[in-house]
Structures are given as structure tokens and as C-alpha cells.
Design a protein around this ligand. Structure first.
Ligand code: NAP
Length: 284
């Protein structure tokens, strides 16, 4: 049996869908806090199991009979190391044979504040003795798609990433790569740097938006603190705004760029281009 945590989330849903599409004969389990969110999976033969990182007893029951586990990093930044440790402990106790963990791109030396919890989780996996594979994900293209209407309205894309390149790929691209690894043999010990096939600057993002908006929307680089303040004014909670601004500063130095083609090799096609994603986001 293959189990996916965070299966009610945006990435997790797409992984379960990719596994279903593969027509694998292996049973699939969706591990979620709230089974009602994935009732549709139950109708498709997926074993829906309640699993809350903060309630270890649910993890023990949810992992019964699981051979391969995709541990999708939790969305609760600041709580994640503890939560991931609970999941790894439960997987070890349940005799899981392989844990695939969705870490962050370039985790070994990433300067991003977000990378700390990923490094701590990677270290704990090593300590646990459970065979594991690292699926280090780059930035989701979607991180910027929600901000397009505001960019059009303000007449500018603001950020603090300078000329840094982001190897964007979509959640669907990452999900297909994650599913491919779960379905392959011999994955223990592997480290995948998953990201889009080419890197884009935020100026290139602004140019794509401009082309669809029929007006020039430049990229305007501002200091990290000013960008964080702008995100707060746009409604993003302060601690998360600071993390996003810190990530862009990291990206300015190349932290979210890679030359790795691991993702396209795994999915057997090119990753989705920025132009394709912007076109979808701005259709109508
Ligand atoms: N690389 C990037 O650009 C990027 C961007 C955003 C996030 N991420 C990371 O990638 C992960 C997946 O992304 P996503 O877009 O799918 O995020 P998402 O839509 O927010 O999904 C997060 C998932 O984690 C689950 N979760 C949160 N706390 C939990 C807990 N205590 N116990 C069990 N499950 C819990 C959520 O369950 P509920 O449905 O019950 O809330 C949800 O299924 C995120 O969690 C985050 O770590 C990466």
C-alpha cells in the first residue's frame, strides 16, 4: 500500500490523482485530518484514513499496512519539525519500508528561513533508520499566480528577488514526479532536486503578465522589509509575509534555481512553462 499525507491539500490531491491515473494495482491510502474533504477519493477506491500530525494515535492506525509513505511537508510553518518527527516515528513503528519526503530545493545549503525545518526533517529521517528518498521541491508557479490581479491593478509586480531565477514548476508537475517515485522500485537513498526545466526572473513574470494585460507592467525591486510590509498590506499575515520576503531574498542569490532535470526525467515531459501558467491564470 502507498499512503499520502496531506492528501486533502492542493499538492496531495494531485499526487493521489496521479497515482489513480497510473492504474497501479497497489492500494492507495489518503491520510487526512478531515476525511470529509476527500470523500470523492473514497468513491474511487482510495482508502481514506484519518491522520493528524498532532495526534500520534491517529498516525499509528493510519499507517497500518503501509509500505511506502509520501510525507508531504505540513503547512503549519514553525510546527513542522515536531509534526514530521511524529509521522516518521509512527512510520517506523508501523514498519513502513520507504518514506518519501517533500523537502525544499537545494536543502543542503539553502539560506531560506523555510529550509531549516526541512533540513531538520531530513536529518531526522537519516537518524530514524527508515529507508527514505528526498523529493526536494522548488517554488510552485502558483505562488505568483494569485497575485496577478493585484499586479495588473497596481501596474507593477513588486518583489525583492532582483534578477534571481526561480526554477518554477506547477503543483501538477511536482505531483506527477512524486507519484512516479512512489511507483518505482529502488528509490531508497535517492535525492531528487525537483524543479522546472528553466529559471525565470520576476522581470520575465512581469513581461508575461504585460503581454496578457495589453499594458506594460514592470517588475519593481524593493527592499525585503518594504516587500514584507506590502504583503501584509495585501492581507498576508505578518510572520508569513516575512517568510515570503526572506525567500525572495534567498532567490536573488540563486537559492530557488537549479540546473537539475530530475523533474522532467521523472514525468517524461517538460515541466509547465511560465507562459503556459500565466495564460491559464489570465484567461477570460
Ligand atoms: N514549494 C513551494 O512553493 C511551496 C508552496 C506552498 C507550500 N509548500 C509546502 O508544500 C506542502 C504542500 O503544499 P500544498 O500547496 O498542498 O499545501 P496545502 O494545500 O496548504 O496543504 C497542506 C496539507 O497539509 C495538511 N496538514 C496541515 N496540518 C496538518 C496536521 N496537523 N496533520 C495532518 N495534516 C496536516 C493539510 O490538511 P487540511 O486539509 O486538514 O488543512 C493539507 O492537506 C505545504 O504544506 C508546504 O509545506 C511549498
Amino acid at each position: 500500500m502507498i499512503a499520502v499525507t496531506g492528501a486533502s491539500g492542493q499538492l496531495g490531491r494531485l499526487v493521489v490523482e496521479a497515482l489513480l491515473k497510473s492504474k497501479t494495482e497497489t492500494r492507495i491510502a489518503a491520510l487526512v485530518r478531515d476525511p470529509s474533504k476527500v470523500a470523492d477519493f473514497g468513491e474511487k477506491g482510495v482508502d481514506v484514513r484519518k491522520a493528524d500530525y498532532d495526534a500520534p494515535e491517529t498516525l499509528a492506525a493510519a499507517l497500518e499496512g503501509v509500505e511506502r509513505l509520501l510525507l508531504i511537508s505540513s503547512s503549519e510553518v514553525g510546527q513542522r519539525t515536531r509534526q514530521h518527527k511524529a509521522a516518521i516515528d509512527a512510520a517506523k513503528a508501523a514498519g513502513v519500508k520507504l518514506i518519501a519526503y517533500t523537502s525544499i530545493l537545494n536543502a543542503d545549503d539553502s539560506p531560506l528561513a523555510l529550509a531549516d525545518e526541512h533540513r531538520e526533517t531530513e536529518a531526522y529521517l537519516e537518524e530514524s533508520g527508515v529507508p527514505y528518498v528526498l523529493l526536494r521541491h522548488g517554488w510552485y508557479t502558483e505562488n505568483y499566480m494569485g497575485a496577478i490581479p493585484a499586479a495588473v491593478e497596481n501596474g507593477a509586480v513588486y518583489g525583492c528577488a532582483g534578477d534571481g531565477r526561480f526554477s518554477f514548476a506547477t503543483r501538477k508537475d511536482y505531483a506527477e514526479a512524486d507519484a512516479a517515485v512512489l511507483l518505482k522500485e529502488g528509490q531508497a537513498g535517492k535525492v531528487y532536486e525537483l524543479a522546472g526545466a528553466r529559471g525565470y526572473t520576476l522581470s520575465e513574470l512581469a513581461a508575461e503578465i504585460s503581454a496578457h494585460a495589453n499594458k506594460t507592467i514592470p517588475y519593481v525591486n524593493i527592499p525585503e522589509a518594504a516587500y514584507s510590509d506590502a504583503l501584509v498590506k495585501a492581507g498576508i499575515p505578518e510572520p508569513f509575509a516575512a517568510i515570503l520576503a526572506n525567500s525572495e531574498t534567498g532567490a536573488s542569490g540563486g537559492a530557488l534555481f537549479t540546473k537539475s532535470h530530475d523533474l522532467s526525467d521523472l514525468i517524461g515531459r517538460s515541466s509547465t512553462t511560465l507562459a503556459e501558467s500565466v495564460a491559464v491564470a489570465m484567461q477570460d
